[in-house]
Write a protein that binds this ligand. Structure first.
Ligand code: FVH
Length: 304
């Protein structure tokens, strides 16, 4: 066991997967969980179990935090403020950019270097090539501990603003939930006519794969502000068709609540005179604008 010591606070499904990746690579891994029984399996695999979170923090220069939410992170870390001095705290708990910035400022005020992280993986993916994690915050903490962080998945540092990683995390997860919403609605719709979800699943998967090119295409249109050039499926046509989506749902006795909002936005955009444009123009109804922030270049899958 020659690798540097690491502490993991939180042994839910994800924290357990993270601790296991560290153990497998030979790190002296100290673990703590509010419900102590969840540490037993890891202890059998060689983890050191701490009776308190304070004991766990004292054991390692790198403290990985993976709890349910920022309220639980605050509850666990606040009493340990003084013990965090000199530590690198890597918080992989899901949260908002604002929460990350506030926690980073608090940690810095107590002498800790802080990295916020978004895990783009589910627990079984940890330590596999499919997993990638987005970090932002202290560049030196990232550089000093990168070898350990790379054990979880491909690591990407998005800059010093601790809010940047959760911003990307929430953005990517929002895209995922949009896709899942459509998939669940599709299965509810076919089920209402006696068709098993499994029967239509291969076609749903094939269709989503075929449409995935829109990810890059919409990005180009949104960044340029030109939602009209090269449009193959104009919005007036899409909006007219979309009315059939909610009508079909109602006819089949299915709630349209997972798919209705985008239909309302399409109708508004067409009424505003943008029927000749493409779907990407809906982004203009969402606000936010383009502040001209410099894009981050170190992003998985992006080839500059
Ligand atoms: N699992 C996933 O698919 C996703 C993948 C992407 C990242 N998320 C985020 O990771 C955080 C942890 O998720 P998790 O899957 O480990 O979640 P649970 O299995 O539900 O474990 C929750 C742990 O949090 C502890 N906890 C909750 N409240 C408190 C508290 N007030 N004080 C101390 N600890 C607390 C809980 O402890 P216990 O209930 O076992 O005593 C678990 O250790 C999360 O942010 C995801 O969004 C996962």
């Amino acid at each position: 066991m020659s690798e540097s010591p690491v502490t993991v606070l939180g042994l839910g499904d994800m924290g357990t997967a993270l601790a296991r990746a560290l153990l497998r690579a030979g790190h002296r891994t100290t673990v703590w969980n509010r419900t102590a029984a969840k540490a037993e399996a890891l202890a059998a695999e060689g983890a050191l179990t701490a009776a308190t979170a304070g004991e766990a923090v004292a054991a390692s220069p790198l403290v990985v935090v993976c709890l349910l939410d920022y309220d639980s992170v605050r509850q666990v870390l606040t009493p340990l403020a003084d013990a965090l001095s000199g530590k690198a705290v890597v918080n992989l708990t899901n949260g908002t950019p604002r929460q990350a910035r506030e926690l980073a400022a608090w940690a810095a005020g107590h002498g800790a270097r802080y990295l916020d992280g978004g895990i783009m993986a589910v627990p079984p993916m940890i330590g596999t090539p499919a997993a990638f994690l987005l970090y932002s915050g202290s560049p030196t903490a990232f550089a000093d501990h990168r070898a350990a962080l790379d054990l979880f998945g491909e690591s990407h540092h998005l800059g010093e603003d601790p809010g940047r990683a959760p911003l990307y995390d929430i953005a990517l997860l929002s895209a995922m939930y949009g896709m899942f919403s459509g998939v669940l609605h599709a299965y509810a719709l076919v089920r209402s006519d006696g068709v098993a979800a499994a029967d239509v699943a291969p076609l749903v998967g094939r269709w989503l794969t075929a449409m995935s090119g829109a990810v890059d295409g919409y990005a180009r249109q949104i960044d340029s502000g030109d939602h009209a050039t090269g449009v193959a499926s104009n919005l007036a046509m899409q909006s007219a068709a979309y009315r059939n989506f909610t009508s079909s749902a109602r006819d089949q006795g299915i709630s349209p609540e997972l798919i209705a909002p985008i239909g309302h936005l399409m109708a508004r955009r067409v009424a505003d005179g943008h029927g000749h444009e493409g779907l990407s123009g809906l982004v203009e109804l969402l606000g936010g604008g383009w502040p001209g922030a410099s894009p981050v270049t170190n992003v998985p899958g992006q080839h500059n």
